[in-house]
Write a protein that binds this ligand. Structure first.
Ligand code: ATP
Ligand code: MG
Length: 450
């Protein structure tokens, strides 16, 4: 992509409305713009990040056996009356009436809708298990939308739902999602810690939240340092092997970890030696629940079992805050100059900077590199604008692409470009004809995924 043809409205000044660094940087880097409280447009740079996050979510969901579908944002109120949640949900739910006076709502979550689909279309135990997910916008009329997309009112969520014939099978489905979440967040370059959680309005008795550490997180977290030494990116898993999956869950739930909602200081002190106790703040990026028949019972979601008798289906639900993740990743990875994208979610692999736009030799060298890098399959943002070098550097640092390839007349005399790593700031002179190989090497995904 040529910057001259891209839409990247960067801001020089810190926007006054932004209280936390991710919100500030997302606005400054031209990723998002607010439309009304808690509702945002995603500009091209932000949209590319959102897409990368969704790709990673999809890949691991598929590996774990979940099927993608798409349900609407608008739901009939009647569905929610059947589960009994229509009145409980209160003012968080955006209620809408259409021209025929039908009562509708903008979905805050989809347990009712998917349970009704399964109740209608699945008759036999032979058709289970099923795990269905979608990535769709949600609306919750939060009392205090704040921190940009971190706590929006309209936000993008991946929500999945499992359906099984027995509690045992349902728990195995829960475990698969638990492990899929560990791998998903690790693939984004995040260390997410699973913490036992309260189930809240979704209900049920088994639940974990996945939190990443950040000073600006809304939850206080207390956990055993052992989590910091675990590397979920290296987890190998056979999702067909229930016991092996359960063993990973056991390993990741053994050390103490809790958010302030259910934190038990006495237990913390008893179970975790002082030097291993960590207290900090965290951002909830995922939340999983096993709630058995909480929705299937009132909504008559049953199947015929092997013995010909009707059994009520056992379910769980599994959410990932896709749009919140874009901000959470920035909270976890930035410096004074701007964002520092982990490679897997970066909007482009690298930025190619032409230091003397209009100089024939520099332009020619950049054009050649731009084409060669793209032909090698890399995603390149080519800064071909006629701005001052200082402005180009500052903008490229701000938007945080993992690598920069800098081409100017001085280096070109020796046939060289400068390669800079955004995270470490380390630079290296590289021969023009070695740049592609160097970048391919640098940008290839680390092992452990897929
Ligand atoms: P929170 O405790 O942060 O209000 P929640 O527990 O109400 O979230 P869930 O129903 O568990 O949310 O939703 C699944 C995921 O969706 C959450 O883990 C979070 O990452 C994301 N999410 C929830 N509410 C918002 C929001 N207002 N803005 C952005 N993302 C959100
Ligand atoms: Mg939650």
């Amino acid at each position: 992509m040529r910057l001259s043809r891209f839409f990247l409205p960067v801001l020089r000044e810190d926007p006054r409305e932004a209280e936390i660094v991710s919100h500030r940087l997302m606005l400054r880097a031209g990723m998002i713009r607010q439309e009304t409280a808690g509702v945002f447009s995603w500009l091209p740079l932000g949209h590319r990040v959102l897409t990368k996050i969704m790709d990673i979510v999809r890949e691991e969901q598929a590996a774990a056996g979940a099927l993608e579908m798409l349900m609407p944002t608008i739901q009939p109120a009647e569905l929610w009356r059947r589960s009994g949640r229509y009145d409980d949900y209160g003012k968080e739910m955006l209620r809408i009436t259409d021209r025929r006076d039908n009562e509708l709502l903008y979905g805050p979550t989809n347990e009712e809708m998917i349970t009704a689909i399964i109740a209608n279309d699945v008759q036999s135990y032979r058709d289970l298990p099923l795990n269905l997910f979608h990535i769709q916008w949600k609306f919750r009329d939060e009392i205090r939308p704040r921190f940009g997309v971190m706590r929006g009112r309209e936000f993008l969520m991946k929500d999945g739902y499992s359906f099984d014939v027995s509690e045992e099978a349902g728990r195995a489905a829960y475990n698969r999602m638990f492990v899929a979440y560990l791998r998903t967040f690790a693939a984004m370059g995040l260390k997410a810690i699973p913490m036992r959680a309260e189930t809240g309005p979704i209900g049920g008795n088994l639940s974990h939240e996945f939190l990443i550490l950040a000073d600006t997180g809304e939850s206080a977290v207390y956990f055993d340092r052992a989590f910091l030494d675990k590397d979920a990116a290296a987890l190998q898993v056979d999702y067909d092997d229930d016991e092996a999956v359960a063993a990973i869950v056991a390993d990741y739930t053994a050390p103490y970890a809790a958010t302030d909602d259910i934190h038990d200081p006495a237990r913390f002190e008893k179970e975790v030696p002082q030097e291993r106790r960590v207290e900090g703040r965290g951002i909830e990026v995922g939340h999983i629940f096993f709630f058995g028949d909480k929705y299937s019972k009132p909504m008559n979601c049953t199947v015929l079992g092997p013995d010909g008798r009707e059994v009520t289906v056992q379910s769980g639900s599994y959410g990932i805050g896709v749009s919140r993740l874009a901000a959470a990743i920035i909270e976890a990875s930035h410096d004074d100059a701007g964002i520092v994208w982990p490679q897997p979610v970066a909007p482009f692999d690298l930025g190619l900077i032409n230091l003397r736009q209009g100089d024939a030799a520099t332009d020619a060298a950049c054009e050649t590199l731009y084409e060669a890098l793209r032909n090698a399959g890399l995603e390149v943002l080519y800064d071909d604008r006629a701005d001052r070098a200082g402005e180009k550097f500052a903008r490229m640092e701000l938007i945080g692409l993992p690598w920069q390839v800098i081409v100017g007349p001085r280096g070109l005399k020796d046939g060289k470009a400068e390669v800079k790593n955004r995270a470490s700031g380390a630079t290296q002179e590289v021969s023009l004809n070695a740049v592609v190989a160097r970048m391919l090497d640098a940008c290839t995904e680390p092992p452990g995924r897929g």
